[in-house]
Design a binder for this molecule. Sequence first.
Ligand code: URP
Ligand code: ZN
Ligand code: ZN
Length: 470
Amino acid sequence: MKTLITGGTVVGPLGATPTDVLVDGETIAALYAPGAAAAAGVTADNVIDATGKYVVPGGVDVHTHMQLPFGGTFASDTFETGTIAAAWGGTTTIIDFAVQRTGEVVQDGLAAWHAKADGRCAIDYGFHMIIGGVDDEALKAMDHLVEHEGITSFKLFMAYPGVFYSDDGQILRAMQKATDNGALIMMHAENGIAIDVLAAQALARGETDPVYHGITRPSALEGEATHRAAVLAQVAGNTPLYFVHMSASEALAVVSAARAAGRNVFAETCPQYLYLTLEDQLGAPGFEGAKWVASPPLRPRDESHRDDLWRGLRTDDLAVVSTDHCPFCFKDQKELGRGDFTKIPNGIGTVEHRMDLVYQGVVTGRLSLQRWVETCSTTPARMFGLYPKKGIIAPGSDADIVIYDPTATTTIGVATHHMNMDHSAWEGFEIAGRVDTVLSRGSVVISDNAFHGRPGHGQYLRRGLSQYLR
Ligand code: URP
Ligand code: ZN
Ligand code: ZN
């Protein structure tokens, strides 16, 4: 089956160029200057007119949590509902986090994630591994996963004591292992020990509302943990280190300094930290703010964080935008924390909206078209060993393609989204632009405002080492 996409402007890391794209089967076969395909007598079974639209590589969201057990419940999207929602939003690859907890065998945690995902995903998917209990067995398992399972990145937590938390000695040992085997350490950098003290003190004062989740996790404690992790990585031999869900100016300053010193330090941020605030969302009246409880928390409106994060995306100190998609319904899930903010399941659902929300940076002049594509697709693919199969429109690459209409508009809301959530963290957001058509490995999965894909189409991706390492 051949598909020819005509009349569009292909956007990639090198710029935006009017180009026709020929897809043959699951991959991109050729690129043509406008009209050159017809002149060369190229025929196709399916011709898609992309006149006036951008043709961009499918989004790669490297931070999702489908069905994550958290706070006595499970993230509400399954691999089926979550990947269908991702496709609607122009994301054609996710990397989710398999989980090992203290005392569990890493390979068992991985098998549990395959059992949840395999045969159910509508788009391609890979896994990182959360190492919640760093011990001799887990360290050995890291080698096994890199060599045999296509899992080349491991998340550690400086937050959530008693759940996923690793102490500095455990972190150092895991980093030393990654220095040896080339894996990337992904770090949740918040000082969880100090945060737990502040949270207990707040509860003792009767401060139970969702906003205290943010007040007891100050940005200084993200900055401190980021600095500590960067130092530990340096001591461990310039371990490749990638900070997840960065929200704070102090943390970004640490990354900028480490990168200026030539170290293997990278970071991502998420749309919630670019747009939403402690006062406007987390501080919403009554218990409403629970919808926006996530860690790290939304930051104060009048501090520098959002502006600094946008700047970091421009300058490449922030390499990637992921979602940290971790959806919980308000009813029966977020409500578990009524009267005690520490019991609100942590997470926000955004997997469907990342391409749209970051594109608003192009509309407002904060980002170039190329940076939109780089931060949402090309760089995440390279960072996590998927390039050039993913992340680029080029001959030989998978035909994961988004046709994006910059003249259309979208209003985000629970009535129209496809995530398995009873509310939207983005209710009423007006988007200039719209995902028009999405191809996943050559198959049209979204067009004419309908989903044409199927659960099980998505394939498991065995990933190589990060392609950014020196
Ligand atoms: O609040 C969040 N971020 N929930 C998901 C787990 C994590 O720390 O990424
Ligand atoms: Zn985290
Ligand atoms: Zn996360």
